[in-house]
Design a protein around this ligand. Structure first.
Ligand code: FAD
Length: 436
C-alpha cells in the first residue's frame, strides 16, 4: 500500500468516495443520512497518515486528536544525538493538515466509550465517531528497570518517544560530560519500538564521543542474546568505535538484564552481578501500547491484537489500531510500517464508505540505520496477511564488507525517505517540509 500515490489511492477507493448508500452484503456506515465521522487519536507516523488519506475523500468529518502541537519524530532522532542533524529538523506542525479541512485538536484523549462511540479528552470535550482509529504509539514501562521511574527519566533519559525534551536532555548531558566519562546504555527486550534503533544510537553516541571526547566509553548492557542487523552493527563497532563501545550481550551464563539502578550512586547492577558506574545513562525500558489503546479495551497484555487484513481491533468493534501499539508480527514496529498500515486503514474506511470491494493488501517496511557519517545500512521486506499474521517476502538486509559507495547511497535513500514520509504524514510537499 505504501507505494500508492494519492491519485492512485483515490482510484482504488473509487471516485464516489463520499457515497454512503448501503450495498447489499457489504458493511457500511450505519448512518447514511449524515456526514460520517472518523476520529483519529495520535498524530504520528500512523495517525497523521490516516487523517491525510481519509480526508482525500470528500464528505467525511475527520478529527485528529493529538496531545502535542509539534510532533518531534523519534525516527532520525539518533542523528541529532550524533550531531548530524538539528533538533529543530525533527519538528513538524499540523497546519497543513488543518488546511486540508481536518479538525486537529491538541488535547489528550483520556477515555473511549466503545458502546456510545465517543472519545473524551482531558480538556473535557467529547467527540462522537462512526469509526475510531488509534495510533498512540508506545508508553514506557518505567518499572521494568528496578529503580527507574517517570521522575528518574528526568535525570537518566530514555529519549525513546516523541517527547522533545528527552532527546534534548540526553544530548545536553553528553555535551556536559567531561572527556574520559562513561556513558551507559540499557537496551530493552523484544518486542520494542524500532529494533535497530538502540544500536544506531550506540553508533551515534560513539561518533559524538570519538569526535569530541575520545577518552570516553560507551557501555551497553543488553538483556538479549542477539539483535537486529547485528553483523553489520558489530562490524561498525569494531571498524569505527573499537576503543569506545563495550557491548555486553547476554549469554546462558551472563545475563546483562539490569536488576537495580541506584541513581544517587550513579550505578547499575545486572542479574549476573556486574556493576557499572556511569556519568550519563540512557535507559531504554520495556514498552507497551499507548495507554489510550488499553483504556479503549483493545490491548491484551501489552499490545493490541488486530486483523492483519485491515488493522481492525480484534477486541473492540469499529476501532482500528495501527502502528507501534498493534501486534503486527512479523512486521517490526517502525514509522515506515505505521505509514504503510495507515494506507490500508484509510482504504478500508473509504471502501466501506463507498460500498466498494476491498483489494488484497501488501505492506512494506525498510529501516535504515546510520553507522557513521555516509555509512548507512538497511533491512526490509514486504508483508501479506497469512494465517492471522503478516508473512514476510522479498526480505533484504545489508551485508558486512559492502563498499562505501553503496553505504553512501543507502544514506541518501534514508534522507529521501524522511522527507517523503513527513510529506505523506503532514500533507506537505517534500521540498516544502517545514514546521507548518
Ligand atoms: C531512536 C528511534 C529511532 C527510530 N528510527 C526509525 C527509523 O529510522 N525508521 C522507522 O521507520 N522508524 C524508526 N523509529 C520508530 C518510529 O518512530 C515508530 O515506529 C513510529 O513513530 C510509530 O508510529 P505511531 O503512529 O505508532 O506512533 P508515534 O509516531 O509515536 O505517534 C504517536 C502519537 O500519538 C500521540 N498520543 C499518544 N497518546 C495520545 C492520547 N491519549 N491523546 C492524544 N495524543 C496521543 C503522541 O503524542 C504521538 O504524537 C525509531 C524510533 C526511535 C525511538
Amino acid at each position: 500500500m505504501s507505494r500508492l500515490t494519492r491519485r492512485e489511492f483515490g482510484k482504488v477507493v473509487g471516485a464516489g468516495g463520499a457515497s454512503v448508500i448501503a450495498v447489499s452484503g457489504l458493511p457500511t456506515f450505519a448512518i447514511a443520512q449524515r456526514t460520517p465521522k472518523v476520529v483519529i487519536i495520535g498524530g504520528g507516523a500512523g495517525g497523521a497518515t490516516v487523517a491525510h488519506y481519509v480526508k482525500d475523500a470528500r464528505n467525511i468529518d475527520v478529527t485528529l486528536i493529538e496531545a502535542n502541537s509539534t510532533y518531534s519524530s523519534s525516527f532520525f532522532s539518533n542523528l541529532y544525538i550524533g550531531g548530524i542533524r538539528s533538533l529543530e529538523s525533527l519538528d513538524h506542525g499540523y497546519a497543513r493538515l488543518r488546511n486540508h479541512q481536518i479538525k486537529v485538536v491538541h488535547d489528550r484523549a483520556t477515555d473511549v466509550d466503545a458502546v456510545g462511540k465517543t472519545v473524551r479528552t482531558q480538556g473535557g470535550t467529547s467527540f462522537s465517531y462512526d469509526r475510531l482509529v488509534l495510533s498512540p504509539g508506545i508508553d514506557i514501562k518505567y518499572d521494568s528497570v528496578p529503580g527507574y521511574s517517570r521522575e528518574a527519566a528526568a535525570l537518566f533519559p530514555h529519549a525513546y518517544n516523541t517527547d522533545r525534551a528527552q532527546k534534548q536532555l540526553l544530548k545536553r548531558q553528553l555535551e556536559a560530560m567531561p572527556d574520559g566519562g562513561v556513558v551507559l546504555m540499557v537496551t530493552p527486550n523484544v518486542p520494542f519500538r524500532c529494533p535497530p534503533a538502540p544500536y544506531e544510537r550506540a553508533c551515534m553516541i560513539a561518533h559524538y564521543l570519538k569526535t569530541r571526547k575520545p577518552r570516553s566509553k560507551l557501555v551497553i548492557l543488553d538483556p538479549k542474546k542477539a539483535f537486529s542487523k547485528q553483523p553489520v552493527f558489530t562490524e561498525a563497532f569494531d571498524k569505527y568505535y573499537k576503543d569506545i563501545i563495550e557491548l555486553n550481550l547476554s549469554t546462558e551464563i551472563d545475563d546483562f538484564t539490569v536488576v537495580r539502578l541506584d541513581g544517587k550512586a550513579r550505578e547499575v547492577e545486572t542479574k549476573a552481578g556486574r556493576r557499572v558506574r556511569f556519568d550519563v545513562a540512557n535507559i531504554i525500558p520495556q514498552q507497551r501500547a499507548g495507554e489510550i489503546a488499553v483504556r479503549a479495551g483493545c490491548a491484551e497484555k501489552d499490545w493490541c491484537p488486530v486483523n492483519p487484513e485491515n488493522f481492525l481491533s480484534r477486541n473492540v468493534k469499529d476501532v482500528y489500531v495501527l502502528g507501534d501499539a498493534s501486534i503486527a508480527a512479523e512486521m517490526p514496529k517502525s514509522a515506515f510500517s505505521a505509514n504503510s498500515q495507515a494506507k490500508a486503514v484509510a482504504a478500508d474506511i473509504l471502501a466501506e464508505l463507498a460500498g466498494k470491494e476491498r483489494f488484497p493488501v501488501r505492506y512494506h517496511n525498510t529501516c535504515w540505520s546510520l553507522l557513521a557519517p555516509d555509512d548507512a545500512v538497511k533491512v526490509g521486506a514486504t508483508y501479506a496477511p497469512k494465517d492471522g499474521k503478516l508473512d514476510p517476502s522479498g526480505s533484504f538486509v545489508s551485508q558486512k564488507g559492502e563498499d562505501a559507495g553503496l553505504r553512501k547511497q543507502n544514506y541518501a535513500e534514508s534522507t529521501g525517505w524522511y522527507e517523503n514520509i513527513i510529506a505523506d504524514m503532514f500533507a506537505a510537499t517534500p521540498s516544502s517540509r517545514s514546521k507548518g
